[in-house]
Design a protein around this ligand. Structure first.
Ligand SMILES: [Zn+2]
Length: 114
């Protein structure tokens, strides 16, 4: 499961941050997940709940903020929301498209108890 390896690297980052803040517990973790990042939010939550056992985050809740796939046409500069990677500009038909957001996955916020 792809999500499990993502969660494993997430925990490395979380544990590093928790150590920096001398945290006793991790209470809440907020992840930003792009709609086309290739992960399934539900599976991410399941993986998180399995992985968190016996860690500082044992009682933590994973919150996922899903962001849409947003692109900008490089020909006419129109910004639009798309559902998949096959992208043609809505207003001018150009295929010269730049991705603005929606393929990323990163840690937005983490609440800890110190
Ligand atoms: Zn265009």
């Amino acid at each position: 499961m792809h999500e499990l390896s993502i969660i494993a690297s997430l925990f490395e980052i979380m544990e590093e941050k928790a150590a920096e803040q001398k945290a006793l517990k991790i209470l809440m973790v907020k992840l930003q997940v792009g709609k086309l990042s290739g992960v399934v939010p539900d599976l991410l939550v399941t993986a998180f709940d399995i992985y968190k056992q016996d860690t500082l985050a044992a009682e933590a809740v994973l919150e996922i903020v899903e962001v849409p796939f947003k692109v900008q046409c490089q020909a006419c500069k129109t910004e639009m929301i798309k559902e998949d990677f096959i992208v043609v500009c809505d207003s001018c038909g150009s295929t010269d498209i730049k991705t603005l957001q929606g393929t990323e996955l990163f840690l937005l916020k983490m609440d800890v108890e110190v």
